[in-house]
Each structure stands twice: as structure tokens, then as C-alpha cells.
Ligand binder design. Structure first.
Ligand SMILES: Nc1ncnc2c1ncn2[C@@H]1O[C@H](COP(=O)(O)OP(=O)(O)O)[C@@H](O)[C@H]1O
Ligand SMILES: [Mg+2]
Length: 349
């Protein structure tokens, strides 16, 4: 029986229960099989489909009990991971205005709803938008023992943003080194509480600030957001090159504003061109995680700070973000485990 269960395919991709080493126990009660599964990523949403597959294969009623245990994966060589944060995912785009912050907020919301402990570090000093997008404008992080305590959103996302601390006009006059210094402080001097996935919403571009941050922050993987426009794709490619240079795996590309869906008649139009994300994905050999439409409900939800309502009311959009977030979590789980914190540090005298 164990081998039948291990051979059961997961609803997407080539994975099986066996490939994920998910099977923990099987026990039979009144003709029903109770199967306990533990995945290295949140997988509760697979339950209905997986249960059907299992019942067909095993020819009897099945109850699945799905849990997850998310481990810390390794980061760039020579950098230690941070206590309280298991995995950092950088969200980057070469170009501004392509929906990087929107994507980071919605991926975080999706993983939070899947049961993961999620955080966002809003590192876009020149345009911090996470406080607005996550409904936290006017909030201030408290301090304890000289550390900031990230502000918690309605969905349980822990958020730190430079937007909580300074007026937007203040940052504009800061020079590059000051900016990367301030952002590192936000990361290293906050009291993160056992976060599985921390999304870092990086400032747009591939200049000194981005490069410094990718060398100083322990980043497990990066996600690139782009529109299908050539001008955005060229910059997205630069961002991919930058991460590859500093040995941060690029987990995937998300195409945003792919088609415009008219909220009156449902007509679809590729305002920014089509197929760009696919072409980029093929040429750099990085998977395309999804294509998000340019849609009024997304824009409104971000302005109102209500990703929860967006995902509840628009299931097709919820699914796109959820599937992308799930693939990111799955891809991370394939990376080597981190041991940087397990060994005492060698201090050279
Ligand atoms: N898929 C989308 N549909 C509609 N509006 C979007 C979409 N993605 C982003 N937006 C809107 O576009 C603007 C820019 O997005 P934002 O996430 O702030 O971009 P970036 O962080 O890359 O500068 C925001 O007002 C946002 O609400
Ligand atoms: Mg932004």
C-alpha cells in the first residue's frame, strides 16, 4: 500500500508523494484510510484533488491530513542566514511601475493563506508602497530591546517598510550607500518571528543599491516581475543577470499586465504586447510562473489595501497568485539545506 501512495502524482508537475517524501503514516479506521502527509511547503490546497486521486488508486475512502514543515535553504556562499527568517525571496524588476510591489504583496498573501508564516520587507525606499497595499498606512512598528517589531497585516503578514519610519520626501535626497545601509538595518535590526518566507520588495533597477543588497542580504532566491513590453523585458533580463552573477537562483518570472480584461464586456486586449514573458523565460531558461492580467479589481485592491477581498471575490486571480506562490515554495524546497547557523563562527584573529 505504501508504494501505491508514494506513486500518487501531485496535481501539478512531475512530483509524487514519494518524490516529496511526504508520507508520514497510514492507518485504517472503519474502512477509511487516514493518511498523514507532511510536505516541505504549504500544500493544504492540494487536498481535494489529491484525495480523489488517492481514493481511485486505493479503491476505498481516504482522509488526508496534510501539514508542512518549511526548512531553511542555503543562501549565497559566505553569508549567514538570519535568526527568525527561514527563507528570503527577493522580488525584483529592472523597471519601475511594472507591478513588483503588487506582485510581492499578493504572493505573500497567497502563502499566508496557505498557512505559511510570511513577511514582507519593503525595500523600495523611494516609493514604499507596502503599507498602502497591505492596509497599514499610518501604522508604526513598536520597538523592543532596540529592535523593530514588524507590523502585522490583517492576513497575518509581518511587514517592515521604510514607509513606516520616514516621510516619502525625506529619502529622495539620500545617496546610494545610505540607502543600502538603511535597508540592511530594516532587515537585520527587526525582530522577525519565525518567518518561513520573507519577500523583499526591492527598489526597481539594477544599480549599486540592488547589487549591494543582493550581496549583503542572505537571499534564497529571486522572482522577477515584468510586463510583456520589450522595454521592461530588457530590464528584467538585466535583473536576472545581476542575480546570477551573485549566485542567487532566479526562481521564476511573473508576467504582469499581460492582457487587459474590460470590466464591462470581458473583451481581452494585449495592451503591452504578448508572449514577452514566454520569450524571456525560454531565452534565459527560467520558468514563467504565471501571467497576471491588467485588471481593475487588482488596482483597486492595492489602492484599498485589501488583498484578502481581491482573492475572495476573484477566484481566477487568487488561483494565479496561489499557483505562482506554490511553485516558488516548491522550487525553494529543492535547494540544499542551510547549515550556516549550525556551526560556531570561526573568528579570525
Ligand atoms: N495586474 C495589475 N492590474 C491592474 N493594476 C495593476 C496591476 N499590477 C499593478 N497595478 C497597479 O499599477 C501601479 C504600479 O504597480 P506597483 O506594484 O506599485 O509597481 P512597482 O512596484 O513595480 O513600481 C499600482 O497602482 C498598481 O495598483
Ligand atoms: Mg513598488
Amino acid at each position: 500500500m505504501e508504494h501505491i501512495i508514494n506513486a500518487l502524482p501531485l496535481p501539478c508537475g512531475k512530483r509524487t508523494i514519494g518524490s516529496e517524501k511526504a508520507l508520514q503514516s497510514i492507518h485504517e479506521q472503519n474502512g477509511t484510510l487516514h493518511i498523514k502527509l507532511q510536505f516541505p511547503y504549504p500544500a493544504q490546497h492540494l487536498a481535494p484533488e489529491l484525495r480523489q486521486t488517492a481514493e481511485q488508486a486505493l479503491q476505498r475512502p481516504v482522509e488526508l491530513l496534510i501539514s508542512h514543515q518549511i526548512l531553511t535553504r542555503k543562501v549565497q556562499a559566505g553569508i549567514n542566514t538570519i535568526n527568525g527568517i527561514k527563507n528570503i525571496i527577493a522580488v525584483a524588476s529592472g523597471k519601475g511601475g511594472v507591478g513588483k510591489s503588487t506582485t510581492a504583496a499578493n504572493l505573500a498573501a497567497a502563502l499566508a493563506r496557505m498557512g505559511a508564516k510570511v513577511g514582507i520587507l519593503d525595500a523600495d525606499l523611494y516609493g514604499p508602497s507596502q503599507p498602502t497595499m497591505l492596509g497599514l498606512t499610518g501604522k508604526k512598528p513598536e520597538q523592543r530591546n532596540g529592535k523593530f517589531i514588524p507590523v502585522q497585516s490583517a492576513e497575518g503578514i509581518r511587514v517592515m517598510s521604510i514607509g513606516f519610519l520616514i516621510e516619502p520626501e525625506q529619502a529622495v535626497v539620500w545617496r546610494g550607500p545610505m540607502v543600502s545601509q538603511a535597508l540592511q538595518q530594516l532587515l537585520f535590526q527587526s525582530d522577525w518571528d519565525d518567518i518561513d518566507y520573507l519577500f523583499v520588495d526591492l527598489p526597481p533597477g539594477t544599480g549599486d543599491i540592488q547589487l549591494t543588497l543582493s550581496q549583503k542580504m542572505p537571499i534564497t532566491g529571486a522572482v522577477i516581475v515584468t510586463t510583456p513590453q520589450d522595454i521592461a523585458l530588457i530590464d528584467a533580463r538585466k535583473a536576472i543577470d545581476m542575480f546570477q552573477k551573485v549566485n542567487i537562483p532566479v526562481l521564476g518570472i511573473l508576467e504582469n499586465m499581460s492582457v487587459h480584461i474590460c470590466s464591462q464586456c470581458g473583451h481581452q486586449e494585449a495592451l503591452f504586447g504578448s508572449g514577452g514573458g514566454n520569450r524571456l523565460s525560454e531565452s534565459v531558461n527560467v520558468p514563467l510562473l504565471g501571467k497576471l492580467p491588467l485588471s481593475l479589481p487588482i488596482r483597486e485592491a492595492m489602492d484599498n489595501g485589501n488583498t484578502a477581498a481581491l482573492h475572495r471575490q476573484h477566484t481566477e486571480i487568487m488561483r494565479l497568485y496561489r499557483d505562482a506562490a506554490f511553485r516558488i515554495a516548491q522550487t525553494l524546497s529543492e535547494q540544499g539545506k542551510d547549515y550556516s547557523n549550525k556551526f560556531p563562527k570561526i573568528i579570525k584573529g
